[in-house]
Design a protein around this ligand. Structure first.
Ligand SMILES: Cc1cc2nc3c(=O)[nH]c(=O)nc-3n(C[C@H](O)[C@H](O)[C@H](O)COP(=O)(O)O)c2cc1C
Length: 172
């Protein structure tokens, strides 16, 4: 098995891809081989020594394909170091940090299948134009008017790079 780390992600509007790419960049900056791929392009985990898996949050949960990815690969993932992350808007709310324990439980179903060596939660971004459903656009539009959610990119690149750096010793 090669010493290649897989960073894999599930996204709807691209925010989580950016987070995965940033994690991949930090993990590779000391020469470690890293591949960053969407989950739907990963068919075999055998070539990888460790896996970092992350998903956008919708309806307080990882995207269904991300949960399926863990379920499908549960046995293989038990043999390798796995770290997980999520990207959501709750942490971008005013005072959002206080919701971190609540947000952390968004991946409870994942935790019942695998034992990550590390888990991270990051604020994401919201662009109403990219939300496909009219109902959701109206709902989120109201949240924005009420000041609950704020449109824009809330990703904290320092926190993302610092978590990725902390993984280097844990993914061996
Ligand atoms: C339909 C929909 C449902 C969402 N549900 C939640 C939610 O329950 N909790 C939350 O914190 N963020 C929620 N969000 C915000 C997304 O997690 C956030 O915009 C994230 O950055 C999107 O990542 P992506 O661009 O990788 O898809 C939702 C977004 C959409 C479009």
């Amino acid at each position: 098995m090669s010493q290649t780390i897989l960073v894999t992600y599930a996204t709807r509007t691209g925010t989580t891809r950016g987070v995965a790419e940033a994690i991949g960049k930090t993990l590779s900056d000391n020469g470690t081989a890293v591949e960053v791929k969407p989950m739907n392009a990963v068919t075999d985990l055998t070539p990888y020594s460790a896996v970092v898996a992350g998903s956008a949050i919708q309806a307080s949960a990882w995207l269904p394909e991300a949960v399926d990815f863990i379920r499908t690969n549960q046995r293989t993932l038990a043999q390798k170091p796995l770290a997980t992350f999520l990207v959501c808007m709750t942490l971008a709310m005013p005072g959002g940090e206080k919701y971190r324990p609540f947000v952390s439980d968004f991946i409870k179903p994942v935790r019942s299948m695998v034992r990550p060596v590390s888990e991270a939660q990051f604020a994401g971004s919201l662009d109403l134009k990219k939300v496909p459903s009219l109902g959701d656009r109206i709902k989120f539009g109201i949240s924005i008017l009420l000041g609950v959610w704020k449109q824009g990119d809330h990703r904290d690149w320092t926190a993302i790079h610092s978590w990725a750096a902390s993984l280097k010793s844990k993914l061996n």
